[in-house]
Design a binder for this molecule. Structure first.
Ligand code: ADP
Ligand code: MG
Length: 257
């Protein structure tokens, strides 16, 4: 089993004279689905980019397998950790299949992809219900379709850790559910998955753990039913939340002003 431990100790970041993150301390290790939550500007995307090794100027330590993320060889790191940022722009006329194949880049030893690479591409496109877009120009897809192709590319990377920044933002209801079912299945297969979301019900319904960010600090880090309560939601989101039980025993969070 590959050790996929992240250990963060007192991670902080200042940008343009402002403190964006401070005192961020947590471990990731066992296969689990982690929701990273918090209002706009809380620092979620910044924290994800530190985990992905894209913000080397941060304070504190962010270790992956015992080595500072910023010191990892990028290709080796990319064979273990894949990251889908919140917004991705592709200006060239790549087909969707080519975009997914790009996920194999860290594994390609030579100039040409192998049949194993194509197997991974096909597997990832089947999992994300994107086979029908195979030959389409990526730029012509809707926002949600693009998100599913980018997820397919991240899965084709065959990582041990999957970092997803708002992967459900543009997805319709069915694809939100199938995304989270897919993420759960990836965890069952041993992956660590961190997903940024604003949907507290997806976090509570599917995730093992919720890390709640507020003004660049961790406000809660626990099982979702413990991290998300009336008080933490009021403190962090400034809304009044109510917790209801559905007929099937699920908890449903509703919120108003
Ligand atoms: P979230 O993803 O939680 O909505 P971000 O991590 O994108 O938040 O941003 C956190 C805060 O950092 C925001 O207030 C944002 O305006 C600020 N920020 C992000 N990038 C920069 C930058 N380059 N310079 C100054 N402030 C920034
Ligand atoms: Mg963000």
């Amino acid at each position: 089993m590959v050790n996929c431990d992240f250990q963060l100790r007192d991670v902080g970041l200042r940008l343009g004279g402002n403190t964006i993150l401070s005192g961020i301390t947590f471990n990731l290790g066992k296969p689990e689905l982690v929701a990273l939550l918090g209002p706009n500007g809380a620092g979620k995307s910044t924290l994800m980019s530190i985990l992905a090794g894209l913000r080397p100027a941060h304070e504190g330590t962010c270790l992956f397998q015992g080595v500072e993320v910023r010191r990892w060889d990028r290709a080796r790191f990319a064979r273990l950790v894949s990251f889908v940022p919140q917004a991705v722009r592709i200006d060239f006329p790549f087909t969707c299949e080519q975009v997914v194949l790009m996920g194999r880049t860290p594994h390609c030893a030579g100039m040409f992809e192998t049949s194993a690479d194509w197997d991974e591409v096909r597997r990832a496109m089947a999992l994300t219900d994107t086979v029908a877009f195979r030959h389409r120009d990526f730029r012509t897809l809707s926002g949600g379709e693009k998100q599913r192709i980018l997820l397919a590319s991240a899965l084709a990377q065959s990582p041990r850790v999957l970092l997803l920044d708002e992967p459900a933002a543009f997805l319709d209801l069915k694809h939100q559910l199938t995304l989270y079912e897919l993420l759960r299945e990836q965890c069952r297969q041993g992956l660590v998955v961190v997903t940024v979301t604003h949907d507290l019900n997806l976090a509570a319904g599917f995730c093992d753990r919720a890390i709640l960010l507020h003004n660049g600090r961790i406000a809660a880090d626990d099982a979702p039913h413990l991290a998300l309560n009336e008080q933490t939601i009021a403190d962090v989101y400034d809304v009044h939340a109510e917790f209801r039980q559905t007929g099937t025993g699920k908890t449903w969070i509703t919120y108003g002003g």
